[in-house]
Design a protein around this ligand. Structure first.
Ligand code: NAD
Length: 650
C-alpha cells in the first residue's frame, strides 16, 4: 500500500486518543470512520470532536467549515462494517496486550487484504501485536501524543516483520495529516521518546533517594537553569508516578527508593491529589528560581544523552529523529544530541565514567557509540563533529531551522521550533546567521522566512534563563542585523503569532505579509524589558510616534488588518489567498534585477538616516554603477523587444 492509495481511514476507539486522531485525520481531508464498542461511546467521541473543531474554527486555526469536517466522519459500532473498506486502520483501544491481539486478529479477518494496520500503543510490542495477524509486514506502530490534534509528533515504529513499504506509507500519511513523524526502526520498549525520557525522571529519583538534592532543588535546576518545560518530579506527578513505575518494572529496570515509597503510599501524583507535591491541601509545585544552584544537572543530562547514544548505536533512530522526537514529544528545549554536542561528548563520557566508578551500576555504562565518537576526536560542536557535523559548508546540520534553496535562488527558511511557537532561541538565531553567512550570495535572489506548524511565525525570544543573565553578558543578537543587512530582499511570511523577538525578526525583513488572523505585539514591557533586537528603533522609523509607542510602551497586541492599516506590514490577506499573494511578491523579487534590488535596498536603508542631500548622493552613486551593468542592458533591450528580461546579476 502506498500513501497515495490511502483514502479511507478507520480509527478504533473513541476515547482520549481515538477521537483526537479521528479529528486530526478528518481535518486533513480524509474520510474516516471512528469505531467504539458502544453507541454512547462513539457519540461522546463524536461530540468531543465537534466541540473541538468548532473551537479551532472560532479561533481561526482552521479555515474550514466545521460541518464539512464533521461530514467526513462516520461513526460505527460494528467492527466488520467499520473496517471493510479501510485502507488504513489506526487502533487506539485500551493498553492491554490480550485485547490488542484480539482486535488485530479480527482486523486481519475483516479489513481488506492490502490495508495497513497500525496501533497507537504507547508501550506494547508491535511485533507481538502483529503476530496475531497473517500480515505482520503490514502492521506498524503509529504512536501519537496527547492531545493528538495539538501534538505534532508521531513515532512510526517497525515491528520485527514490518516492511519498508508499510513504514513509508505510514510515515508519509502522518505528514499528510500535518504531523511530524520519526522512524523508530526497532520495536524496543518505550520506543524513542519514553526511552530517552526515562533517565530524566529516573536519575533525578536516584539523586533524591541518595539525599544529594531535594525534589524542589532538582525541579528548579532543570527548569530555571536548564530550560526544561517541567522538572522531572513535576512531570511524574502529571503523568502518574505509577505509570512510570510500571513501565520501568516491566522493562526490568531498577526503580529508585523514592519512587517505590510513593507507589506504596499510593501517592501517584495529581490524579490522587498527592505525589512529590501536594495538590490537595496546597497548590502543587513549590520550587522557585534560584533553588538548586548546586544541583549536578550534568548527572541527569549525561544519562539522557547516553540513552540517545544507545538508540543510535543500535540503529533504532538517528540523532535528527531523536532530537525532533524529544523537542516535539516532550518540549525539551533542544534535542539531547544537539545539547550533548554543545556540552562536549568528552564531558558527558567523563561524567558517566565517574558515576560508574562511584556507584558501580550498569545504568552508567557508557554506550559504545559515545565512546567511539570521543575516541575518534568527534567530541561535539567545538571539534567540528559529534552527533552532528558542524562544517562551514553545506554539511552543517541545523537543528532549529529547515531551509531550501531553489534553483532560481529563493532561499526559504523555516523557523522549526513549533513546540515553542518558533521562539527565537540562541540556537535558532545562531543558525540563521550561520546559514545566511555561509550560503553563497550569488546563489540567492531572495530570502523568505516562515514559521513551522500552524500557530505562529515566531512568538518571541526564548526567555528561559533571562533572569540569570548578567547585564554585562547581554549582547543584542546579531541575527537581526544579519537579516537587516542581507544584500538580497527578505520577506517574512506570517501566519499566526508574531510577537517579541519574532516580531523584530519580521521587522528586520524588507517585506511582511500576514494572514488576517495573525497578531503583532511587543510584550517585552510586561517583563520589565524592552524590545532588544532593534524593535524600538524600527517601529519609530516606520510608524507614527503615537502608534510606535503604543506598541512598545503599552505592549498592545494588534491584528493583521490594523498592522496593514498602520503600515507595519505590506498586506493582510485571507488564508486561502495567502500563498498566492506571497508567491506574487516572491516572483518579483526572485526574477528582478539582483544588483538593482541590492542597491535599491541599500540606498533606502542607509538614506533613511541621512538628510535628503546625503540620501540623494547615495542614490546617484548607485544609479551610476547600475548604468554600466549587463542587467541594465538586458532590462532596456527586453523592454524594447517587448519580452521578459532575464537578469543574471552582472
Ligand atoms: P481511553 O480509555 O480514553 O479510550 C479507549 C477507548 O477504546 C474506550 O472508549 C474503549 O471503549 C474503546 N475500546 C475498547 N475496546 C475496543 C475495541 N475492541 N474496538 C474499539 N474501541 C475499543 O484510552 P486512550 O488514552 O485513548 O488510549 C488508547 C491507546 O492509546 C492506548 O493503547 C494507549 O496506550 C495509547 N496512548 C495513550 C496516550 C494518552 O496520553 N492517553 C498517549 C499515546 C498513546
Amino acid at each position: 500500500m502506498n500513501v497515495s492509495d490511502i483514502e479511507r481511514v478507520t480509527v478504533l476507539g473513541a476515547g482520549s486518543m481515538g477521537h483526537g486522531i479521528t479529528e486530526a485525520v478528518a481535518l486533513a481531508g480524509y474520510h474516516v470512520t471512528m469505531r467504539d464498542i458502544e453507541q454512547d461511546l462513539v457519540e461522546e467521541g463524536y461530540g468531543n470532536i465537534e466541540w473541538s473543531v468548532e473551537k479551532l474554527a472560532e479561533k481561526g486555526f482552521v479555515d474550514q467549515d466545521p460541518a464539512e469536517v464533521m461530514g467526513r466522519i462516520d461513526t460505527e459500532v460494528d467492527l466488520e462494517t467499520a473496517v471493510q473498506d479501510a485502507d488504513l486502520v489506526i487502533e487506539a483501544a485500551p493498553e492491554r496486550m490480550s485485547l490488542k491481539r484480539d482486535i488485530f486478529s479480527d482486523l486481519d479477518e475483516f479489513a481488506p487484504e492490502e490495508s495497513i494496520l497500525a496501533s497507537n500503543t504507547s508501550s506494547l510490542s508491535i511485533t507481538e501485536i502483529a503476530s496475531a495477524t497473517n500480515r505482520p509486514e503490514q502492521v506498524i506502530g503509529m504512536h501519537f501524543f496527547n492531545p493528538p490534534v495539538k501534538m505534532d509528533l508521531v513515532e512510526v515504529i517497525y515491528g520485527e516483520e514490518t516492511s519498508d513499504e508499510t513504514a513509508q506509507a505510514a510515515y508519509t500519511f502522518a505528514e499528510t495529516i500535518e504531523k511530524t513523524p520519526i522512524y523508530v526502526r526497532k520495536d524496543i520498549n518505550g520506543f524513542v521518546v519514553n526511552s530517552v525520557l526515562g533517565p530524566f525522571v529516573n536519575e533525578a529519583g536516584w539523586m533524591v533517594s541518595e539525599g544529594v538534592a531535594t525534589v524542589e532543588e532538582i525541579d528548579a535546576a532543570m527548569v530555571h537553569r536548564q530550560g526544561y518545560p517541567m522538572g522531572p518530579f513535576e512531570l511524574s506527578d502529571l503523568t502518574g508516578i505509577d505509570t512510570g513505575y510500571h513501565m520501568r518494572k516491566e522493562a526490568g529496570k531498577e526503580v529508585p527508593p523514592v519512587v517505590e515509597e510513593k507507589v506504596e503510599a499510593e501517592d501517584f501524583g495529581k490524579k490522587t491529589g498527592k505525589g512529590y507535591y501536594d495538590y490537595e491541601d496546597s497548590e502543587g509545585t513549590t520550587y522557585e528560581a534560584g533553588q538548586g544552584e548546586d544541583v549536578d544537572t550534568l548527572r541527569i543530562e549525561a544519562r539522557i544523552v547516553n540513552e540517545a547514544a544507545k538508540l543510535i548505536g543500535n540503529d533504532v533512530a538517528t540523532p535528527v529523529a531523536i532530537d525532533k522526537g524529544m523537542r516535539l514529544g516532550t518540549g525539551f528545549p533542544k534535542g539531547p544530541c544537539r545539547r550533548a554536542d554543545e556540552m562536549g561528548l568528552d564531558t558527558v563520557l567523563d561524567k558517566l565514567n565517574e558515576l560508574r566508578e562511584e556507584y558501580g551500576k550498569a545504568r552508567y555504562d557508557p554506550a559504545d557509540y559515545i565512546v567511539d565518537l570521543v575516541e575518534a576526536g568527534n567530541t561535539g560542536e567545538d571539534a567540528g563533529a559529534g552527533f552532528y557535523e558542524y562544517g562551514d559548508s553545506g554539511d552543517r546540520h541545523y537543528s532549529a531551522l529547515n531551509y531550501k534553496l531553489s534553483e532560481d535562488g529563493l532561499l526559504k527558511i523555516e523557523l522549526d521550533r513549533p513546540e515553542r511557537l518558533n521562539a527565537l532561541s540562541q540556537d535558532l538565531s545562531d543558525e540563521i546567521v550561520h546559514l545566511l553567512d555561509n550560503t553563497p550570495k550569488d546563489d540567492v535572489r531572495c530570502v523568505m522566512f516562515e514559521g513551522a506548524g500552524d500557530r505562529a511565525f515566531s512568538a518571541g525570544a526564548d526567555i528561559t534563563g533571562f533572569a540569570s543573565i548578567e547585564p554585562s553578558e547581554v549582547e543584542v543578537a546579531p541575527v537581526f542585523q544579519t537579516v537587516n543587512d542581507f544584500p538580497r530582499p527578505t520577506l517574512a511570511k506570517i501566519d499566526g503569532y508574531c510577537l517579541g523577538g519574532g516580531h523584530e525578526l519580521a521587522l528586520a525583513c524588507d517585506f511582511r505579509i500576514a494572514t488576517v488572523g495573525s497578531e503583532f505585539a511587543f510584550p517585552e514591557i510586561d517583563l520589565g524589558l524592552i524590545p532588544g533586537g532593534g524593535g524600538t528603533q524600527r517601529v519609530i522609523r516606520m510608524l507614527t510616534d503615537a502608534r510606535a509607542k503604543e506598541l512598545v510602551l503599552c505592549g498592545n497586541r494588534i491584528d493583521a488588518e490594523t498592522a496593514e492599516d498602520w503600515g507595519l506590514i505590506n498586506r493582510a490577506v485571507a488564508p486561502d489567498e495567502f500563498d498566492e499573494v506571497v508567491e506574487e511578491f516572491l516572483d518579483d523579487l526572485v526574477y528582478g534585477a539582483p544588483i538593482a534590488l541590492e542597491k535599491a535596498k541599500k540606498v533606502m536603508d542607509k538614506g533613511r538616516d541621512q538628510d535628503l542631500s546625503g540620501g540623494l548622493e547615495l542614490e546617484s552613486q548607485a544609479f551610476g554603477i547600475l548604468l554600466s551593468t549587463d542587467d541594465a542592458k538586458e532590462g532596456t533591450s527586453a523592454f524594447l523587444d517587448n519580452r521578459d528580461p532575464e537578469f543574471e546579476g552582472k
